[in-house]
Design a protein around this ligand. Structure first.
Ligand SMILES: [Mg+2]
Length: 438
């Protein structure tokens, strides 16, 4: 297909989730789950869809950052661009002026992620494959060409990455068949939002087990007595064999984290997620040593592959939680999957939010087929919210994500949802403004 990329269209889309306390945790009591949505347009009819996930205020800043990337893409030849996404990634991330706004972190890096993911969506559509399958069919040399090894080579070289991928090559077809048959294990966070009362917690824990989940997650970190009570209820309902992870969303200092987890330890928490600042590598390591055998999980707010490298080098985590729309999108997440494989640490992605389940299942499935080759001890987060706004929604059956079959990266939202929830002038928000004014 010859053609040209013509530019970007963006939209600030917000869902008023704070009204039901869905998504409430110790640091984020009233999120309005939002997407800075981007469509990369071409003159061929082919388009690529992507987004950055935010939780409300500031989504307009994120959207403006995505717009700032348009000059890098407008006018580029379509096929040459899609066939060199490693090169495009490096060009966007290492731009000498934009880089000052990060480097490789925050709003500007999330903007790169949104655009890079949109380009991957477009490439997968062009090639008629779901993204996980497109990636899993690439030869190892092409996969390592997608990765920027700058700052990684003390922990992972290109040659080591190639070895990891080549070792996984012989089993690819068999694992793909297994994936298509039984899907990829999920765990659910839906029961455990901090704003839910005990009766709702109890009911949702019971439903989670009935629906086949072998792991649930509770938000913690508001009040230790409340957390002990909620943890006791959850353990009582799910029994001893279902794993219960707890998530503090960065609430604690290092010492507080250690004390708090010791209070919860009698109820056998499987991992504690984001116990402290996502930048505090040594703090995570200290917590991990002190609370063992309870495990540390983190990553949804880790800015880039360099911090993940350090967390792995410092033995600071037992579970690595990639996020599909943070770091620099698909390319950087491939680097992180390779790092995790090198260190033998299972990747259990962060999802939920808006569209994160839709995206990240592709990365775990690619990891299973072509990188780590394992599902052992691995689960993808699942939250049963907002999937109805996507054209290729995540499907979880009997506690397992089903394989996406549509071409693309599943990032495309329903046009009517974008129109309805557009901020501040979509009908949902003009109604809310009227209510508040009345
Ligand atoms: Mg979390």
């Amino acid at each position: 297909m010859t053609g040209t990329i013509t530019g970007l269209s963006t939209c600030d889309v917000r869902f008023p989730t704070s009204r039901e306390l869905d998504g409430s945790d110790a640091m984020n009591p009233d999120p309005d789950y939002s997407a800075s949505y981007v469509v990369v347009d071409t003159d061929t009819g082919l388009a690529g869809h992507g987004f950055a996930f935010t939780i409300g205020r500031g989504n307009e800043v994120q959207t403006a950052a995505i717009r700032a990337l348009e000059p890098f893409l407008a006018g580029r030849p379509l096929d040459a661009t899609l066939d060199d996404l490693g090169g495009v990634w490096a060009e966007l991330v290492h731009d000498s002026q934009l880089r000052w706004l990060g480097p490789e972190k925050g709003v500007v890096h999330m903007a790169v992620a949104a655009v890079v993911n949109a380009l991957w969506d477009m490439r997968a559509r062009r090639d008629g494959k779901p993204l996980w399958k497109l990636l899993a069919d690439l030869p190892p040399t092409e996969i390592v060409d997608l990765v920027d090894f700058r700052y990684l080579s003390d922990a992972l070289t290109r040659e080591e990455a190639l070895d990891i991928l080549r070792r996984a090559e012989p089993g690819r077809a068999q694992r793909e068949a297994q994936l298509r048959r039984s899907g990829y294990p999920a765990y659910t966070t839906s029961p455990g939002w901090l704003g839910y009362d005990d009766a709702k917690l109890r009911r949702l824990c019971r439903e989670a087990v009935e629906r086949g989940f072998r792991q649930i997650k509770l938000k913690v970190g508001g009040d230790v007595a409340d957390d002990v009570r909620r943890m006791r209820i959850a353990r009582e309902v799910v029994g001893p064999d279902v794993r219960i992870a707890v998530d503090a969303n960065q609430r604690w200092d290092v010492g507080t984290a250690i004390d708090w987890i010791r209070e919860l330890a009698p109820f056998d928490p499987w991992w504690v997620e984001e116990p402290t600042s996502p930048d505090d590598v040594l703090g995570h390591a200290a917590i991990a040593r002190a609370i063992s055998p309870v495990r540390v999980a983190t990553g949804e707010h880790v800015a880039n592959r360099v911090v993940f490298k350090q967390l792995l080098q410092a033995d600071a985590l037992s579970y690595l939680q990639i996020d599909a729309a943070r770091v620099g999108g698909v390319n950087e997440n491939i680097a992180i999957l390779l790092l995790a494989a090198k260190f033998g640490v299972p990747v259990c992605p962060h999802a939920g939010g808006v569209g994160l389940c839709e995206l990240v299942r592709h990365l775990s499935m690619f990891d299973f087929v072509a990188v780590s080759g394992s599902m052992e001890d691995r689960v993808i987060e699942y939250v049963d919210h907002l999937h109805e706004h996507f054209l290729d929604p995540a499907v979880v059956r009997d506690g397992h994500y089903q394989v996406p079959r549509e071409p693309g990266f599943s990032a495309r939202m329903r046009p009517e949802s974008v129109a309805e929830y557009r901020y501040p002038d979509g009908p949902v928000w003009t109604d809310i403004a009227r209510e508040r004014g009345a």
